[in-house]
Design a protein around this ligand. Structure first.
Ligand code: UDP
Ligand code: MG
Length: 318
């Protein structure tokens, strides 16, 4: 079995060589078991020495294929490029920052041998800040009520996929890629095992609170139109409440006569309703914006440098 390791790299000059050493070691251990390995590294427009380091790795190790983007296109695009360029019978996606322990590769390959199409590593949130753990838990509870596919906390991109899963993912050509959801959407027999979270040793996570928030919203919005439905229900509920309140005021006016004061009520009603309407407009806008991006049909990434033979890719029909 040929196993492809796909690793997106964005400013990983500190770890990329160590990463390669470690996966190489695993490759040597898997070789006697009849498994070959190739390494697909995607340089996502790094601004440091990641690209020269990758091309040096490729010079020294013929199993290394690298693709370098013309600018930073984001991890999702890097993942897609990696999956497109991987030729293995099974593909393992992992971060280049050594937060995904390479030793687990053996476990994954073993489980693949048992017939699973997706072998998913689920990290425990040990060592994470409590606030992040709690927000994540809350988020997944909410999101799973709203979307069709089931998203699991701690499950990320670190996983092994069989060829048919990879082909299925590559054929999902949508511009807004929420990999976590795409993997779940594809399905096929899957199994999950847990591993302990490793703390990042070098560099820093490129996730800010804001990017996490945006990622969360993407997860909510990219799978179905239930948020639109929710807006509809919210509107109907508000209308019902407003009707009841009006009836009450009219009733009170008939019993007690007209009472002019009501400034607070009016201001509250006007501002609250304006807020709700803005939110609904925002939801509609999000979907329209997504349609706009999809319709443009732009490529997910542009390649600046690679050692991968283009014709080889074309013959594979990717
Ligand atoms: N990454 C990437 N493009 C980006 C940001 C990150 O290819 O724009 C890569 C990064 O090099 C790493 C992986 O994605 O291999 C995970 O990134 P990071 O460690 O910043 O995220 P976290 O581990 O906090 O989820
Ligand atoms: Mg990381």
């Amino acid at each position: 079995m040929l196993i492809s390791i796909v690793a997106p790299c964005y400013n990983e000059e500190d770890v990329i060589e160590r990463f390669h050493e470690q996966v190489q070691k695993i490759a040597n251990e898997l070789l006697p078991l009849g498994h070959d390995m190739e390494f697909v590294y995607i340089d996502d427009g790094s601004r440091d020495r990641t690209l020269p380091l990758l091309s040096r790795l490729a010079d020294r190790d013929a199993r290394v294929r690298y693709v370098s983007f013309s600018r930073n296109f984001g991890k999702e695009a890097a993942l897609l490029a990696g999956l497109k360029h991987a030729t293995g019978d099974a593909v393992i996606v992992m971060d280049a920052d050594l937060q995904h322990p390479p030793e687990l590769i053996k476990r994954m390959v073993e489980l693949r041998g048992e017939g699973y199409d997706q072998v998913i590593a689920r990290r425990t949130r040990q060592g994470d800040r409590l606030t992040r753990t709690l927000t994540a838990r809350l988020y997944y509870r909410l999101v799973n009520r709203l979307v069709d596919v089931e998203l699991v906390d701690g499950v990320g991109d670190f996983r092994l996929m069989s060829r048919r899963v990879v082909d299925a993912i590559v054929n999902l050509t949508e511009y807004n890629r929420f990999s976590k959801g795409l993997f779940a959407w594809v399905g096929f027999p899957s199994t999950t095992f847990e591993y302990e979270n490793a703390v990042r040793e070098h560099g820093s996570s490129s996730w800010s609170f804001r990017s996490l928030l945006n990622y969360g919203l993407d997860g909510l919005l990219s799978f179905n139109n239930r948020p639109l439905r929710a807006a509809l229900y919210l509107g109907m509920t508000l209308l019902a409440l407003a009707g009841a309140y009006t009836a009450w005021i009219v009733g009170a006016a008939m019993v007690n006569g007209v009472q002019t004061p009501g400034y607070v009520t009016i201001i509250t009603a006007v501002t609250a309703l304006a807020g709700v309407q803005m939110i609904m407009l925002g939801v509609i806008g999000e979907y329209t914006g997504r349609i706009y991006y999809e319709v443009k049909g732009r490529p997910h990434f542009l390649v600046k440098a690679t050692n991968v033979d283009r014709t080889e890719d074309r013959s594979r029909g990717t």
